[in-house]
Design a binder for this molecule. Sequence first.
Ligand SMILES: [Zn+2]
Length: 656
Amino acid sequence: MSVFNATPGTMPANTTFRPPSVAQVEVAGFWGARVDAVASRTADILYDRCVEARMLEQIDPDVPSPGVVIPFHSMSPTGNEFTGATVTTQMFWDSDWGKTIETAAYSLYRRRNDELERKIDAVIDLFGKLQQEDGYLSSWYQRIQPGLRWTNLRDCHELYCAGHLIEGAVAYFQATGKRKLLDIMCRFADHIGEMFGAEAGKRKGYCGHEEIELALVKLGRVTGQRKYLELARYFVDQRGQQPHYFDEEARARGADPKDYHFKTYEYNQSHKPVREQDKVVGHAVRAMYLYAGMADIAAEFADDSLRTALERLWNDLTSKNLYVTGGLGPSAANEGFTSDYDLPNETAYAETCASVALVFWASRMLGVGPNRRYADVMEQALYNGSISGLSLDGSRFFYENPLESRGRHNRWKWHRCPCCPPNIGRMVASIGTYIYGLGERAVAVHLYGDSSIRFEVEGREVVLTQGSRYPWDGAVSIKFDMDRPLRFKLHLRVPGWCPRAQLTVNGEGVDVEDALADGYVTLDREWEGTDVIRLDLDMPARRIYANPRVRQDAGRVALARGPIVYCVEEVDNPEPLHSLVLPSATSIEAVEAPDLLGGVVTLSGQAVADRSSDWGDTLYRSARPVREQTMVRAVPYFAWDNRQPGEMRVWLRDEP
Ligand SMILES: [Zn+2]
């Protein structure tokens, strides 16, 4: 815990806005409690569960290999035999270590944890011991299936694992100043660069599960080495080109390219070159990681052709394929997208990782400058479909995030495919990097909440402090601490959900409507330490209706207030929840509930419910159910299933 600022990259940045480092931002209030849960519980739990799953044995060259602990997803025709076409989640274990290291790294900023740091150091030592002379590093291909490396990029996550270890290495270096894992991963990245690329003799491949692209950009930025950015760009550019690498690779290992579990390369977004893609397709997490990597490359290389494709994809996602919770990927079959406007509630897959990855993508779309189009969706995914994946105390997890449950969908301790727990852990623990954006003489406030950021203008330090009870209250105050007046731009987001915003600087009103561009107000002036900015965002409870093309939400209404989407739970309401009807005339009241679910605002109002008690054994009858008056109480969706198990639904029956 010595070095707070990473060695800044020496590369010129084409990006106009970059996220601050985790160390530059301190959070309190809503996010402070979430970060504390991760730093004080989740980070240790992730390590412990990895050990319990026998991941430590897999990376330790001095102990016998644990062998295959998790059965293969698909067997060879002859039985329980590994072939190049079979897959087990055990192949991804290096990625779980990578994300666990990353979560631990960010958590160390919040809370010293010498014991965890020692354990992570020991894990890093094992990876160091495991690494081959030529730089190659994969616990699966070295310990369980030697001889098969680089034979199945389509299915086996080899470069994906490298990517997550790179991200872990960058974060751990930034948090602790320790270079060991960073050096290990630079050697591996160099080896990957020798194996893959446009040059003659190199493989023309890329990973079936995107991740290495955005990881190499992080590595390039932290080391100042442009070659890592070039390699990331190669992987992005090569994806979906003909002849198709995954076809050729399958033939090379004696397999029929058509013998592919997921049938189409839309599954891994390699069905066509990325610049020609215009629909979000396939596995949702893969898609989001790819687009995040593309956004990085678009920014680093000022590549407008990538940017154009990304805007099309963004539009497709947000106008046809996104849950109101910021969840995405409705289908369990492909862990991803199906068809436009297909957003089932009870069977929604909406993997925690997918919402987390949408936050990654959205934040990178803000790299060219503040724009509410991206920040609003980042906020939607942050406050709803992503953090729903972590219990309030930081100890239990969701993989799927349905919008409706009959009471059987409950948080678990661990999963045989444990991708989500460390993903939500690392996102929450690095929340400060999403709240602000830093540009040349400019700071953007993308998200509101009790927090402060340190940054420099003309070599002088400025501390910007926000005071706010957001997301429960829309009043925000902003102050600066600096030793002399400094000129810079302050960009303040006015969320799309906000019907009325009032802004004053030192008591003087600013015409928000007039000043608004891309959903942000820009204040460009010389700031002083005595300046006080006040922003008041009206935050009424509101009803949300879905596009009538969404058949699953027809005749239904959802409730929201500010960035928070609400749900009703059985513990607070008469069951069954599908009997509840919310008349449009009902006024919805926001009620502070400081002792509920860690302190939330609930929404309540008069509703009616279909009575079933007078039906006896009758299954069908000609008379409509009798309606009775009742109250409905809704709680934030992210906090559901933190009390006794029971029914839950986001979309209620609506009545004009
Ligand atoms: Zn996941």
